[in-house]
Design a protein around this ligand. Structure first.
Ligand SMILES: Nc1nc2c(ncn2[C@@H]2O[C@H](COP(=O)(O)OP(=O)(O)OP(=O)(O)O)[C@@H](O)[C@H]2O)c(=O)[nH]1
Ligand SMILES: [Mg+2]
Length: 443
């Protein structure tokens, strides 16, 4: 997509990965495969890959001198426009490498930011991406770009980068402050919006990018949310009503996908979008089980959820793309490992009823049913219960505490369902009324 909008030809890129610390050849290869997908999404043509095994990272150039020379030769002989490192580089490393390689240099964060910039469609996501980009640029203002044609654009040069890079730290600081203020305003608006949705249970789709979240959203909500074989197709949170049972409608939200090494500042600036996730009653964790790295993807998603503070929310695993699965052993293993999971094809609409049923049962599981007699002289307690709980039945009866000497009094016999999060408060409220019993009055 970007390649088309950028005209003439795809930018040619070389990828660079380093085996260091816990990384193995295989894990670096997987990560580079993903970097390749990211670069492809951004509109680059991957011409070559360079991998180096390092006991120690070089402070000045990240990789060793010999490797830098090797890349330099590739850049020259294959007319490379762009060198992309799989790890984040320091300002000094970028400067030194650019000086030697004489071509554009990006690290993984910058590439992801670039894709986000290209995919940001709404005012909110544009603001969020711009903020993340400026935070990134601010730490790299000493870049020497003089040998590059900065105006030509291309990967890593979209969005505010083209103009803001030339302004000084102070200007960027001012812009960042403005964007932050704007985001606080958006945050407040969203909070108000969410309050207006009270009464509905909220379910969010989470998962690795390209897992099929938007496709599942469409299948469940019978709507048309943008789904595409592209990383980070969705950046904004979309919420739809979904009927999960004949008498139960929930709100389902689709949002931005996760990826390895998602820049922390992106998570920071997408906080208001991701609040949707944090405040959900249930999470649907969508996994593309046809991807050979899907187990790593699950780990990355879980870690990102930890970072968001969303680990206490009940989660349903939804293994997607069962239609495209070539290896039955994967399915057998998964069924054993994840007994509660749903196995579906969002694209073909297979397993949709199972997903709906699991949503209903998971929502039910987070509720307790309580029964209590509240004297009519306690209207405050009654109204608090009505606010927090789902009242199933309400009947007026006569009651008294154990003692025969006390005159029976009118009380409401309430049966209600209460979510775990409010259970303790309700229990302490109704404790004083726990002793009452219903009495039948003599004619
Ligand atoms: N074979 C197959 N492909 C699927 C299925 N569900 C989704 N896809 C494809 O997977 C790709 C990604 O789907 P999306 O729904 O855009 O994925 P997403 O998780 O929303 O991705 P991002 O928004 O980019 O994070 C698309 O090309 C879909 O057509 C499925 O059940 N089977
Ligand atoms: Mg999507």
């Amino acid at each position: 997509m970007n390649a088309v909008t950028r005209g003439t030809r795809l930018e040619k890129a070389v990828l660079v990965g380093v085996i260091h610390g816990d990384a193995t050849r295989a894990s670096v290869d997987d990560s580079l495969n993903e970097l390749e997908m990211l670069a492809d999404t951004a509109g680059a043509e991957i011409v070559d890959r360079v991998v180096q095994s390092l006991a120690k990272i070089h402070v000045a150039t990240y990789i060793g001198k010999g490797k830098v020379q090797e890349i330099k030769e590739i850049v020259g002989s294959k007319e490379i426009d762009l060198v992309i490192f799989d790890d984040d580089l320091t300002t000094v490393q970028i400067r030194n490498l650019e000086r030697t390689l004489k071509c554009k240099l990006l690290d993984r964060s910058a590439l992801i930011l670039d894709i986000f910039a290209a995919n940001a469609k709404t005012a909110t996501s544009k603001t969020q991406v711009e903020l993340a980009q400026l935070e990134y640029l601010r730490t790299r203002l000493t870049r020497q770009w003089t040998h590059l044609s900065r105006q030509k654009g291309g990967i890593g040069f979209k969005g505010p980068g083209e103009t803001q890079i030339e302004t000084d730290r102070r200007l960027i600081g001012t812009r960042i402050a403005t964007l932050r203020k704007r985001l606080i305003k958006i945050d407040n608006q969203r909070t108000t919006q969410r309050k207006g949705r009270k009464g509905y249970k909220r379910v969010s789709l989470v998962g690795y990018t390209n897992a099929g979240k938007s496709t599942l959203m469409n299948a469940l909500a019978e709507t048309d949310v943008w789904a595409e074989d592209r990383l980070f197709a969705t950046l904004d949170a979309t919420t739809r009503q979904v009927k999960v049972a004949s008498n139960k409608t929930i709100l389902l939200s689709d949002t931005v996908g996760f990826i390895r090494k998602l820049p922390h500042r992106l998570i920071e600036s997408f906080k208001s979008t991701l609040d949707e996730v944090r405040e959900s009653d249930v999470l649907l964790h969508v996994v593309d089980m046809t991807h050979h790295c899907f187990r790593d993807h699950i780990v990355v998603v879980k870690r990102t959820l930890e970072e968001l503070g969303a680990t206490d929310i009940p989660m349903i695993y939804v293994f997607n793309k069962v239609d495209a699965l070539k290896d039955a052993t994967v399915l057998n293993e998964l069924r054993a490992d994840y007994e509660e999971a749903a196995f579906i094809s969002a694209q073909r609409g297979i397993g949709m009823q199972e997903v709906r049923d699991k949503i209903v049962s998971t929502l039910e599981a987070t509720f307790s049913q309580l029964e209590v007699l509240i004297p009519v002289t306690e209207p405050k307690t009654m109204s608090r219960i009505r606010q927090m709980a789902e009242v199933i039945s309400e009947e007026y009866v006569y009651a008294r505490n154990g003692s025969e000497e006390v005159e029976p009094f009118l009380a409401a016999h309430l049966v209600f369902k209460i979510g775990d999060e409010n259970k303790n408060e309700i229990l302490s409220l109704i404790r004083p009324f726990g002793e009452y019993i219903t009495v039948e009055l003599a004619e």
